[in-house]
Write a protein that binds this ligand. Structure first.
Ligand SMILES: *[C@@H]1O[C@H](CO)[C@@H](O)[C@H](O)[C@H]1NC(C)=O
Ligand SMILES: *[C@@H]1O[C@H](CO)[C@@H](O)[C@H](O)[C@H]1NC(C)=O
Ligand SMILES: *[C@@H]1O[C@H](CO)[C@@H](O)[C@H](O)[C@H]1NC(C)=O
Length: 263
């Protein structure tokens, strides 16, 4: 029988893998929605796909619309990129003919000034779109947490992660269609042991039990609880996305004052 402690020690020695790391980079793995379920098309109109090029490698991420000109995502999705293509109102991202979608190119990024590229702390960033978003049924903003939520660690709550990332460790392909996965939030302490103590209360961890989690292509993946954006995908284990290790998200309520000052 494998004890959880054994698992944690194993991860401790192997370290974390960046969810937003580019497709094709073997050193670290990015987030994906493992074994997720396809969402009802356009039922999550605040989710956007983000394509960038970092070190000559194409990167797929997701993010969320938080105002009529701001998209929130992970810093790993933008750090080193000069331009981002933001796809709004999409369900099947490979279908360019999809009706109601809008593609906006942007080059104004606000990357958290303390973003730690090694420990992946403060992995949060904003894209300022060059024009206001025209909202419609397929394109909407998401609610942010209240100031009173700052102390909530959401323990044992089931939240929904959404993204176009890879759906298993055995495929190189990301998903055409937006998928979701319900993930149970665990105490940060349990996650700390998995990731070399580089976990802070400014993060949210979800259990990897039942091999659920986020994967390559899911950096910036919105984590939503009761219609509120509580997290964005940050990273998973270097060992694989579906081997039982927690997924790590940046906790939005820890950054409310940063968000207010940044827009
Ligand atoms: C990733 O690893 C595989 C197998 O080891 C190798 O064939 C492939 O070239 C590597 N890809 C990159 C981008 O390093
Ligand atoms: C997504 O769109 C592409 C291009 O139109 C199509 O080939 C593919 O089958 C679609 N995927 C799904 C899951 O519907
Ligand atoms: C995920 O959670 C939502 C809301 O609680 C629920 O409606 C949905 O059926 C769940 N989906 C799966 C695949 O468990």
């Amino acid at each position: 029988m494998t004890s959880p402690f054994f698992l944690y020690c194993l991860v401790l020695s192997l370290g974390a893998s960046a969810l937003a790391k580019p497709n094709g980079a073997n050193a670290t793995k990015s987030l994906k929605i493992i074994d997720g379920t396809e969402v009802v098309p356009h039922s999550r109109p605040y989710v956007v796909a983000i394509r960038t090029t970092i070190n000559d490698i194409e990167v797929l991420c997701s993010g969320a619309i938080i105002s009529d000109y701001l998209v929130i995502t992970a810093a790993t999705c933008l750090n080193g990129a000069s331009e981002a293509e933001v796809i709004l109102g999409a369900h099947n991202i490979t279908n360019g003919a999809e009706t109601g979608r809008e593609v906006i190119k942007a080059n104004q990024f606000i990357i958290h000034e303390k973003f730690d590229t090694v420990k992946l702390l403060d992995n949060i960033a904003l894209i300022q779109l060059p024009k206001k978003i025209s909202f419609n049924a397929n394109i909407q903003s998401v609610k942010l947490p209240d100031v009173t939520d700052i102390i909530d660690a959401y323990i044992e709550k089931e939240a929904t992660a959404l993204g176009w990332g890879r759906t298993s460790d055995t495929t190189q392909d990301t998903s055409d269609v937006l998928r979701y996965q319900n993930l149970t939030i665990i105490p940060v302490l349990m996650c700390e042991l998995s990731y070399a103590l580089n976990i802070r209360p400014t993060q949210i961890c979800t259990t990897g039990v039942e091999r659920k989690g986020i994967c390559r292509g899911d950096a910036g993946a919105p984590l939503v609880l009761d219609g509120v954006l509580i997290g964005i995908g940050s990273y998973g284990s270097t060992l694989g996305c579906s081997i039982g290790f927690p997924s790590v998200f940046t906790k939005i309520s820890s950054y409310l004052s940063w968000l207010m000052l940044s827009n």
